[in-house]
Design a protein around this ligand. Structure first.
Ligand code: UDP
Ligand code: MG
Length: 346
């Protein structure tokens, strides 16, 4: 894989210029409207485009709708995952299958307006590899979500090694070489915001107003967001692992000073053996600290366990290629059986 090719390699005529990747999980209420708005935008752009819908194991009628869209629109490709793998895996699947010179990731719920794609393409044509979309205002979200999101960015900004831009979601444009770079990252725990930041390349942010969800509800509960935050921090920072050592060191120093104090006190005043409450407090405090430290190690160990198993990120149950797709090169496994690992080793 040659990473030194410039952004946006020349179009070979069969490869689409633009791929729009859309993860879909139980979005039957919004899909028709989403597709109408997206295709209206693509119609106005004079370029060859494909729309890659990734059905992330929806249990409603989303897949049926997607198959119907595939029948109506030559630009549509559908990848059906074997179950719900989560948005991060669905986006990875979309990136693996997208063939465009530029790839746009967008949510299906119309919170990210497809009309902005034209602006993103303009920036990409100026030679920028990653076009981020920064939300201007989050005041439509609850204060709890805004507050926790802000706290998360502060923590990860402080303990992490890679600065992760704040108020930037997954809505973005990636050049072909940025996609190639992302696909080379082998980890199973795909904290995409971090991975996007890790690859580097010329990046520019545009601001936009994030709309309300068109229909249906968010798939992210606070518990899921909390786990997402843990995943982000443990994937991009080893700092929590060091906390235990510093705490331990500080406590040892304090304990030593306290020990000297007790010896001196006993020598000077004798020893009537007081201090049971102090003893219990210290023991409980240290026990708690030890459990926390063990828990932190456990978080990392659990993630290493997942990585070591090297399971594929997702499995594909079915694939409807776009009508104008080029033939797969000889020797390539049919797309609906290839695992990401196999696809990566191509
Ligand atoms: N999504 C997905 N798999 C999931 C959860 C969500 O593919 O397990 C998709 C969903 O269909 C939507 C996008 O990811 O296109 C964003 O989801 P949602 O709107 O629920 O997230 P929020 O905007 O609340 O962060
Ligand atoms: Mg949403």
């Amino acid at each position: 894989m040659d990473l030194l090719t410039p952004a946006g390699p020349p179009c070979d005529g069969r490869r689409p210029e633009l791929s729009v990747v859309v993860p879909v999980y139980n979005e039957q209420q919004v899909l028709p409207e989403f597709h109408r708005r997206l295709s209206a935008v693509l119609d106005t752009l004079a370029l060859d485009a494909e729309i890659v819908y990734v059905n992330d194991g929806s249990s409603d009628g989303s897949l049926r709708l997607l198959a119907a869209l595939h029948g109506q629109d030559r630009r549509v490709a559908v990848i059906d995952l074997s179950r719900n793998f989560g948005k991060e895996a669905a986006m990875s699947a979309g990136l693996d299958f997208a063939e465009g010179d530029a790839v746009v990731l967008i949510d299906a719920d119309l919170q990210d307006p497809p009309e902005l794609i034209e602006q993103m393409l303009q920036v990409w044509r100026e030679g920028v590899d990653v076009v981020l979309m920064r939300r201007r205002r989050r005041d439509r979200e609850s204060w709890l979500k805004r507050g926790t999101a802000h706290a998360f960015y502060r923590v990860i900004g402080r303990v992490g090694t890679i600065p992760i831009p704040e108020d930037v979601g997954d809505f973005r444009l990636l050049s072909r070489r940025a996609v190639t770079a992302l696909r080379r990252l082998p980890e199973r725990s795909r904290f995409m915001k971090g991975l996007f930041a890790w690859i580097g390349y010329p990046t520019r942010a545009l601001t936009y107003d994030r709309d309300r969800r068109h229909a249906g509800g968010s798939k992210y509960s606070y518990w899921r967001l909390w786990n997402f935050a843990l995943e982000g921090i443990t994937s991009f920072s080893a700092a929590p692992l060091k906390v235990a050592s510093y705490f331990g060191l500080a406590i040892a120093l304090v304990a030593f000073a306290f020990g000297v104090f007790i010896v001196v006190k006993t020598l000077l005043y004798g020893d009537p053996v007081p201090g049971f409450p102090t003893l219990v407090t210290v023991v409980l405090f240290l026990g708690g600290l030890q459990l926390v430290a063990l828990g932190i190690i456990g978080e990392y160990l659990g993630r290493m366990f997942v990585e070591v198993k090297q399971r594929p990120l997702y499995l594909v149950a079915g694939h409807l290629p776009r009508a104008t797709a080029r033939q797969p090169p000889a020797g390539r496994a049919p797309a609906n059986t290839a695992t990401p690992a196999e696809r990566r080793s191509e």
